[in-house]
Design a protein around this ligand. Sequence first.
Ligand code: XMP
Length: 523
Amino acid sequence: MQKVVVLDFGAQYGQLIARRVRDLHVYSEVVPSDISADELLALEPSAIILSGGPASVYAEEAPSMDPEILELGIPVLGLCYGMQLMAELLGGEVAHNDVGEYGPAELRRGCASVLLTGTPDVQTVWMSHRDAVSAAPEDFMVTATTEACPVAAMELPRKRWYATQFHPEVRHTAAGSKILSNFLFAICGLEPTWTMANVIDAKVAEIRGQVGDGRVILALSGGVDSAVCAALVHRAVGERLTCVFVNHGLLRKGEPESVEHVFSEVFGIPLVHVHAEERYLRLLAGVDDPEAKRRIIGTEFWKVFFEEAGKLGDVQFLAQGTIYPDIIESGARKTGGKASTIKSHHNLIPFPPGVSFELVEPLDHLFKDEVRELGEELGLPAELVWRQPFPGPGLAIRIIGDVTAEKVALVREADAIVREELDAYNQRLFEKTGERNSAHACWQYFAVLPDVRSVGVMGDERTYERPVILRAVESADAMTADWARLPYDVLASISARIVGEVAGVNRVVYDITSKPPATIEWE
Ligand code: XMP
């Protein structure tokens, strides 16, 4: 498989470059910048991209790279810091400027360049730098400039070395996608063959190779990643996959039923539905500390899971839906020739003593939206594949204070109304714009039950009941978020429905805090 390897120098949006390359149907992965030329060669890259990064090339702690990498005969594209590093390593000069260039800049093309072919002579590009190359290395051609940047793009076609000070991976660079295509297809001669259909074929073959005629178990959580993983592993090994669904009683309304329906009835996957609702309520009784709740729920999940796994007899493999950001964020490096270290934050498995399984992680190189696409291609229903994020500890961390059956029922009903109303709102926006996560679409939305009561009046009666907090945010990746600017009439109908339909609630309030300083969840 053709592959573009991105060396990550700590870029603000390190993964973005790989995503843009994949959008062009070429497989790409990110590796730390301190990779050696030999390690890199073992990955068999067809092209190398050097990312941006926050450092100055002259700073003491500045990340560098193995200079041998430039001499492997593989085409290289340096972006921003990546370009400055190329200049420095190849004998050019980088100047430390007092004033930086941040945001849109007008790029003027110089001499002919395959990299810039098909883009306007004068175009808007996105810049984010203080230092800049002041003199290109020997033999390089300067192919573009901006007012602040005498060398905004440079290249040495004979060596297939290319570089831009601006960021083609950022959408604000109008011709960014064209520039990346020029690099991938015109310069490196790659083929746009990385599609979800091909990914399925390759992964199915890989899983069959790993599992042989062994048996696999998988913990279904109700979320997207484990669901897609199950569908994919099932495609590869059929009935030799058993799914264990631990129902902790903290899922959203209708979710356990939908898991049963999709996996048991539609896909025909052997499914063990473990009703652990009572067990969880007992464990959580009186616990009000958020971290303690998380710990109890997480520990118990695996305890229940391994109890069930033990009953299944001889099973050698455990599949799980670890995805690429889990791997990158945990700093684990998974390179071709090296043993993998998995330290995924949400996915750390506490194997009991004496228990061991070989892990099957077929999604570990996919981004979230690719996992969704794969799910659709595998025939999973859209409402499952496009489900909004939902925390592993479920409704327990949306109940402030201790968890009781009554509170779970209340927040579940309120949450169902929030979802119904805002699903419909998002659908209206989708029909208007044709985009799933268009501006002002809600990305995540739910109800929170705080640990207070307030006075109200219903009919002629004074009430002393609970408020529900509505949380609805716009976001792309949960790292930052803003509260959704919902139309008043949408807010009004959510409020009216919750107080009208959910017994025990007499007030609805809207959380108007962004992340940071708040988080999306309340606990
Ligand atoms: P916060 O509240 O930190 O959440 O802004 C960011 C995103 O992560 C989700 N989240 C979790 N997901 N297990 C998960 O699988 C968890 O324990 C957990 N806590 C938060 C949250 O819903 C949001 O999308």
